[in-house]
Design a protein. Structure first.
Length: 178
């Protein structure tokens, strides 16, 4: 089985097979591997999505088989891709880029936070002051002792004392609620 897997990956690395993997295939081939992938993923509750790797190889070999019967399928006007997905991709191209969105909303957020933080009685300022004053002793303790060997053990025990109750709560809470 391992030899088959290694052989498949070497097959996938060949230049023609890389080209096949990166370009659109005829619509019938795209549907022939996407439909089983969706059926398997839905029927297994999402866990079957791992079948995507073997189905990529199935797609590659279906394209190679199709090329035997129609070697000039790239130039003869054969429908490639899935038309609905093509339309969805075109619609996605009209969405503003993440940089444009980030620039627009970063400016608005910065203005809001600076206005809120400049107000002495704003909720954000009171919240940040509360966090700063409550965490100050921990910061001073860490600064004094962070280079000592026992500090790692103490940090580990503190983390465990937080994580174990959370773990117990996450196990018990669904049982208590349902």
């Amino acid at each position: 089985m391992m030899l088959v897997v290694v052989w498949l990956f070497f097959q996938a690395a060949k230049p023609e097979n890389k080209r096949i993997q990166n370009e659109r295939a005829p619509t019938i081939i795209e549907l022939s591997w996407l439909v089983p992938l969706l059926v398997i993923a839905i029927s297994t509750g999402g866990a079957g999505i791992v079948t995507i790797v073997p189905l990529f190889f199935v797609r590659m070999y279906l394209v190679k088989l199709y090329q035997i019967f129609n070697p000039d399928w790239r130039e003869d006007g054969t429908t490639t891709g899935v038309p609905v997905l093509e339309k969805a991709a075109a619609a996605l191209k009209e969405i503003p880029s993440p940089d444009e969105v980030a620039q627009k909303y970063t400016k608005k957020t910065a203005e809001y936070v600076s206005n809120e933080y400049s107000d002495k009685n704003s909720p954000i300022r009171l919240f940040m002051n509360g966090i700063r004053s409550s965490m100050a002793p921990f910061g001073r303790f860490h600064d004094r002792h962070h280079d000592k060997a026992w500090f790692v053990i103490l940090a580990y025990l503190v983390i465990l004392s937080i994580c174990i109750p959370l773990l117990i709560l996450s196990i018990a809470l669904p049982e208590l609620l349902f």
